[in-house]
Write a protein that binds this ligand. Structure first.
Ligand SMILES: NC(=O)c1ccc[n+]([C@@H]2O[C@H](COP(=O)([O-])OP(=O)(O)OC[C@H]3O[C@@H](n4cnc5c(N)ncnc54)[C@H](O)[C@@H]3O)[C@@H](O)[C@H]2O)c1
Length: 366
């Protein structure tokens, strides 16, 4: 912990909290002061594992040493818990999605603005070495003007590994798009700018699902959301990208993201990871790896966006994984779902700035 580190309190001590508590050790700008969970046993377990005190949620929110709350609760709790955090006068950084619908997301953004507080949101993998290398290639004109692309996130379903996967199939906040879409859409928006319109079809096939891991293995869970959504994204700058997110697909052979430009094609690595190799193919040429000059491509850095927000608070500059970006991504996802439910082409109103790129070798959160 550095003398001027910003105090963090974590609410929600489930599966993903371990990845954050490990990775936050990379960033001296933040120090985790307390953990809380509505299930005290979950907070106690992480407290024992990471040597941070477990406290009740109210005590965490009242702690003057805590300036930012990291909200790692399930999607349906993001906004209710987030509003409590902001009402307590603390900055908020939360897991994705920002909310389970657009109205919720807007409420959170408005509450942060009204309170003069920072609002940040996962994902932050777009700040990792893999995604920053891809962005830099596009910004430097390596493929010329981007025209099109593809994004595929298709898996059988998280009930195969998550001990409490119910929320992935819930009517509010469930489905592959709200779960994994934020990684893909945030990566695309940082490379190509904001999305202007969307259209999609969706389906719900295998149901109910059966939990396959942990103490509840064998239990059935209902499917109350679309589990296969195939859509098209029209970017404000002109590119057109096909996206498919699914909890129905056993295996496939598509890469996560490809971008096609007037002067070449780019293979972009998995946006749910910080690492990965970018590949470039010029017209008439061969594929070659693009060397990465960026940091944060060799490990789990979950919390990089939170560290960037803490640094930004100290420096008085905008932070990258910000509420406006997360709200745009939520508007796009809500638009795709509305379209898949029969609304036709849905216009997207928000036009966030692209977050500032990280410079090659830039270190965050010292
Ligand atoms: N599991 C993953 O691999 C993963 C990866 C990236 C992001 N995420 C995201 O992280 C979030 C949490 O996922 P998870 O897998 O850790 O879920 P989880 O169910 O394992 O843990 C969530 C924890 O939040 C607690 N909680 C729920 N409501 C609460 C409330 N109102 N107040 C206080 N505590 C509350 C629960 O008791 C539980 O311990 C989700 O938004 C998910 O999309 C998960």
């Amino acid at each position: 912990m550095s003398a001027s580190s910003i105090g963090i309190g974590v609410i929600g001590c489930g599966v993903i909290s371990a990845a954050y508590l490990k990775a936050l050790r990379h960033f001296p700008v933040v120090s985790v002061r307390a953990l809380a969970d509505q299930d005290a046993a979950a907070a106690d377990a992480r407290a024992a594992e990471f040597g941070v005190p477990a406290v009740p949620v109210d005590a965490l929110l009242a702690d003057p040493e805590i300036q930012i709350v990291l909200n790692l609760t399930p999607p349906a709790a993001h906004v209710p818990v987030g509003l409590r955090v902001l009402a307590a006068g603390k900055h908020l950084y939360g897991e994705k999605p920002l909310g389970v619908d657009l109205a919720e997301g807007r409420r959170l953004v408005d509450a942060a603005a009204a309170g003069g507080l920072r609002l940040g949101s996962a994902p932050d993998t777009f700040l990792g070495g893999g995604q920053q290398t891809a962005r830099r290639a596009i910004d430097q004109g390596a493929i010329g003007r981007p025209l099109g692309g593809t994004a595929f996130m298709m898996v059988p379903g998280h009930e195969r590994w998550h001990p409490n996967p119910d929320f992935y199939y819930a009517a509010r906040g469930g489905g592959p798009l709200l779960d994994m879409g934020p990684y893909y859409l945030t990566a695309l928006v940082q490379m190509l700018g904001p999305i202007a319109a969307v259209t999609a079809f969706g389906g719900r096939f295998r149901q109910p699902r059966r939990i396959q891991a942990g103490p509840r293995a064998g239990a059935e869970i209902p499917v109350d959301c679309l589990t296969h959504i195939a859509g098209s994204l029209a970017f404000a700058e002109g590119a057109i990208v096909q996206i498919c997110t699914s909890f129905e697909v056993w295996r496939h052979r598509h890469g996560p993201i490809e971008i096609y430009g007037e002067a070449g094609s780019l293979v972009v690595p998995d946006p749910n990871r910080f690492d990965g190799t970018v590949e470039l193919c010029p017209p008439e040429g061969e594929w070659r790896a693009v060397p990465s000059e960026h940091g944060y491509g060799d490990d789990n850095y979950r919390g990089l966006g939170l560290a960037d927000m803490a640094e930004a608070i100290r420096a008085g500059r905008p932070h990258r994984a910000c509420g406006a970006l997360a709200l745009h991504v939520l508007e796009v996802m809500a638009g795709l779902i509305r379209s898949a439910e029969g609304a036709g082409v849905v216009t997207i109103e928000s036009r966030p700035e692209r977050p500032a790129a990280l410079a090659p070798g830039q270190v965050v959160g010292i």
